[in-house]
Design a protein around this ligand. Structure first.
Ligand code: AMP
Ligand code: MG
Length: 424
């Protein structure tokens, strides 16, 4: 993708898209001293000693503008105020209504004094407040002109709220990277075909397309590549027309695992051809079609404003074909690449921690990502491994909602220990 690949979309269409512009405060936030409670705007000094009786000289509700001179708070006075309303001039705090009583009976007493014709409404304040309490001063959240959301930020509901609050009904976003998905395998058939006795349906293309969409890309599902080099090569070449190519299957050590071989014929450069994880160990990452070799040292030539540049050809991932391996390796490796291609500022993977319900025994040497069920809430969160038949078991994965991450050196993890979880 080139940095110029941007488009303007309606704000809500921008959900999940990556901002190609910064969002700036168009005014102070809040734009006035904003009451944070329902109650009375007062001078803190007047309620230093409580109970204190103040004369109620007006009321401001949200949306009202207390014109100084018409509605302000003088010594011994208070103005009724509602949450979200501007603080009248003269006031320096808000007393919560819960700490006051509107003193009808006090008014009655005063009314009985014959020399008073106009009966002032009185409020009794039972609790002191300090100056500055219960209102948010103008500009305390943000000053006019301040950057509220960075370019490169993916819009979520909070980002949408920010854009809405500064009046951006349209936002400039990066174009979605197009991500080609090629499934490989002689046994794999399209999902609307009737599978033969030894065939399986192509679930990986669909799970990957869903993951691509979730990551902010546009999935382009290509035909299934048989375990035969010529057709596989043609599909790889087609896929390299997209911004990123994802292949599944055919990257293990089997006699018909041809993906690396065919990529090699296309002068691919491989950055890794295996990772010490399970599931997903045979995952392959590289680039193809580069005139000059890619530098992965973060040198400026390797990056553009949208994160990853094209001069080095197209990046590809060969993901293992076992469905759970495909899903895990996508999250760990392909998702960050798609986010970078989408112009997003890099984000760390999100891990949670929870207490393990039952002991786990495993072999050392690989970092493991085991499907598991997280339940309970807050400090009672607990996690239990899903029963599964290995990395082909999508039924188990569908019952799970996360992966327990087991460090490579651990052979046994006791019940009650805190473990890291990768959410999905
Ligand atoms: P492979 O990585 O090609 O050795 O495949 C590993 C396992 O994943 C085999 O059992 C394949 O049948 C299965 N598999 C490969 N591709 C797909 C696919 N597109 N959808 C579902 N399962 C697949
Ligand atoms: Mg295969």
């Amino acid at each position: 993708m080139r940095p110029g690949d941007v488009e303007t979309v309606d704000l809500l269409t921008g959900l999940g898209r990556v901002l190609a512009e910064g969002i700036v405060a168009d005014r102070d936030f809040p734009p006035f001293d904003r009451a944070a409670r329902d109650g009375y705007a007062v001078r803190a000094a007047d309620v230093a000693e409580v109970p204190a009786r103040l004369e109620v000289v007006g009321e401001v509700k949200a949306g009202d503008w207390p014109e100084p001179g018409v509605c302000s708070v003088g010594r011994g006075q208070a103005v009724g105020i509602m949450t979200g309303a501007p603080l009248p001039a003269g006031a320096d705090a808000v007393v919560m209504v819960e700490h006051t009583s509107l003193a009808d009976q006090l008014s009655d007493q005063l009314a009985s004094q014959p020399e008073r014709k106009l009966v002032p409404k009185l409020v009794e304040v039972r609790r002191s407040v300090s100056a500055g309490e219960n209102f948010v001063p103008r500009g305390a959240e943000a000053r006019a002109g301040q950057l509220l959301l960075d370019r490169g930020r993916r819009l979520d509901h909070a980002g949408i709220a920010i854009a809405a609050s500064v009046g951006k009904s349209r936002v400039l976003v990066f174009r979605k990277p197009r991500v080609a998905v090629v499934s490989t395998g002689d046994e794999v058939v399209e999902i609307d075909a009737a599978p033969g006795p030894a065939q399986i349906r192509n679930s990986n293309s669909y799970s990957l397309a869903a993951q691509v969409q979730n990551a902010g890309g546009e999935a382009v599902r290509l035909a299934i590549a048989p375990d035969e080099p010529r057709r596989l090569r043609a599909l790889i070449e087609e896929g390299l027309g997209c911004d990123l190519l994802l292949l599944t299957g055919g990257v293990s050590m089997g006699k018909y695992d041809l993906v690396e071989q065919v990529l090699g014929e296309l002068n691919a450069e491989f950055y890794f051809t295996g990772v010490e994880i399970q599931p997903g160990r045979p995952v392959v990452f590289g680039s193809c079609g580069a005139d000059t070799p890619v530098r992965l040292d973060g040198a400026s030539s390797a990056r553009t404003q949208t994160g990853v540049s094209a001069p080095h050809g197209k990046y590809f991932f060969g993901l293992p074909g076992n469905p759970v391996s495909t899903m895990v390796t996508f999250e760990l490796f392909a998702r960050p690449m798609i986010e970078a291609l989408a112009g997003m500022t890099p984000q760390p993977l999100i891990f949670l921690r929870a207490r393990l319900k039952s002991e786990i025994r495993t072999k050392t040497g690989l970092r493991r990502f085991l499907p598991a069920v997280l339940s309970g809430e807050f400090e009672n969160a607990e996690v239990e491994l899903a029963r599964w038949q290995g990395s082909g078991d999508i039924a188990a994965l569908a019952r799970a909602n996360c992966y327990v991450v087991i460090p490579p050196e651990r052979e046994r993890i006791e019940a009650g220990e805190w473990v890291s979880l990768l959410m999905r």
